[in-house]
Ligand binder design. Structure first.
Ligand SMILES: O=C(CO)[C@H](O)[C@H](O)COP(=O)(O)O
Length: 229
């Protein structure tokens, strides 16, 4: 059974006629995009905003019409994957390198839905290294400052060269301190000059679509309505 397909396709049920939809990035949301593409062929009228160039390409392939922040100021719903999810619905994202656009789109969405197979659920964030996007200028010094707050950064490489994001930046994958408080760490990292964004998405997700022990899709919902928008 393909867990990613089950949760990915389930998320498409949240997409209704007339909506502006944030289109996430990754191998789970791939199935959401594929399903939305089918729904569009059957007459669904929506417009999407992609979180990455890879997703923009997929949206074209699946026939999903696109728009941008030149035309809209908010989204009805955004659907995206995650690398790790804790019981308070805090996330680590950015394994696919798209964290910056993903966070802009999640923050602009009235409802942020996360698709996560059961391997992504974790009692405490930190087993997946935290992606931190930094501008290339002064990245050596930025890395020192990331280290000074207890994180251990390692530059992400692609074929031996620095991995370059869609926004022409670098990524450090960081081990985070064991006793980290996710919201505090998210805020403190973003105060370091040179850090553009980090992959902690705290107080953002409204719904996690995952699977129970019987491999049936279940929804984990946000308990505290204290989202930051
Ligand atoms: O944050 C992401 C990309 O930047 C992805 O949502 C995350 O890496 C999950 O990917 P996948 O669904 O392939 O496991």
């Amino acid at each position: 059974m393909n867990e990613k397909k089950l949760v990915g396709e389930k998320a498409a049920e949240f997409v209704k006629d007339g909506m502006i939809v944030g289109l996430g990035t990754g191998s789970t949301v791939y199935y959401t995009l594929e399903k939305i593409g089918q729904m569009v062929k059957e007459g669904l009228q929506i417009k999407g905003i992609p979180t990455s160039m890879a997703t923009e390409k997929l949206a074209h392939e699946f026939g999903i019409p696109l728009t941008s922040f030149k035309e809209v100021t908010y989204l009805d719903v955004a659907i995206d994957g995650a690398d790790e999810v804790d019981p308070d619905l805090n996330l680590i994202k950015g394994g696919g390198g798209a964290l910056l656009r993903e966070k802009i789109i999640a923050a602009a969405a009235n409802t942020f839905i996360v698709v996560a197979d059961s391997s992504k659920l974790s009692a405490k964030l930190g087993s997946f290294r935290l992606p931190v996007e930094v501008i290339p200028f002064g990245y050596e010094r930025t890395a020192m400052q990331i280290s000074s707050i207890g994180c251990v950064p390692e530059m992400r490489l692609s074929n031996g060269n620095p991995y370059i994001t869609d926004n022409h930046n670098y990524i450090f994958d960081c081990e985070i301190p064991e006793n980290s408080q996710p919201h505090k760490l998210e805020t403190v990292l973003n105060m370091i000059p040179g850090v553009v964004e980090n992959g902690l998405f705290t107080k953002m997700a409204d719904v996690i679509i995952t699977l129970d022990a019987n491999k049936k899709t279940v929804l984990m919902k946000e308990k505290n309505k204290n989202r930051i928008r």
